[in-house]
Design a protein around this ligand. Structure first.
Ligand code: MN3
Length: 200
């Protein structure tokens, strides 16, 4: 019943030039793999194996479980919300919902980018669906996720951007804003739409 590293839905070099192959290889094969293995080890050590991932996202005071359960789910989402055929303007229900919540796609882009650029240190920027069905932009430190029961701003993440240095440093060095800008060229809006429909 151990958690398993999901396969990448595309080749390591598929997101180039926006995200380089070496970064994807290390990010998926080393970092995500590490969170997965450490999550399994932490659950085993605590003697609480065999539950759904949602259960482990309610555990606040065990750092091994909290950090690695977050790392496991966050990256699982991250790979799917990017695509070599992504980018451009959103379409469908999410396009309408973004206009309604933020005024326009450009206004959303500005807000999401600001959340990603201003997250101090390591963390994530998110587009979430809140309990009342409304959209919000938020960010979390480390590997926390808005899906954690104790998150300050709670919701179901439908788009997430990893702003840990391991996600961009090889190609962008200290230029996080350039990486954030490039992310918009690979967003898989079809997947975001699917997640939006499921979260509502
Ligand atoms: Mn990462």
């Amino acid at each position: 019943m151990a958690f398993e590293l999901p396969k990448l839905p595309y080749a390591y070099d598929a997101l180039e030039p926006h995200i380089d192959a070496k970064t994807m290889e290390i990010h998926h094969g080393k970092h995500h793999n590490g969170y997965t293995n450490k999550l399994n080890a932490a659950i085993e050590a605590a003697g609480i194996g065999g539950k759904d991932i949602e259960h482990y996202l309610t555990i606040e005071d065990n750092a091994g479980i909290r950090n690695n359960a977050g790392g496991y789910v966050n990256h699982k989402l991250f790979w799917t919300v990017m695509s070599p055929n992504g980018g451009g303007n959103p379409t469908g229900a999410i396009a309408e919902a973004i206009d309604k919540a933020f005024g326009s796609f450009d206004a959303f882009k500005e807000k999401f980018s600001a959340a990603a650029k201003t997250r101090f240190g390591s963390g994530w920027a998110w587009l979430i669906v809140q309990a009342d069905g409304s959209l919000a932009v938020t960010s979390t430190p480390n590997q926390d996720t808005p899906a954690m029961s104790f998150a300050e701003v709670k919701g179901t993440p439908i788009l997430g951007l990893d702003v840990w240095e391991h996600a961009y440093y090889l190609n962008y060095q200290n230029r996080r804003p350039d990486y954030v800008g490039a992310f918009f060229n690979v967003i898989n809006w079809e997947e975001v739409n699917k997640r939006y429909a499921a979260a509502k």
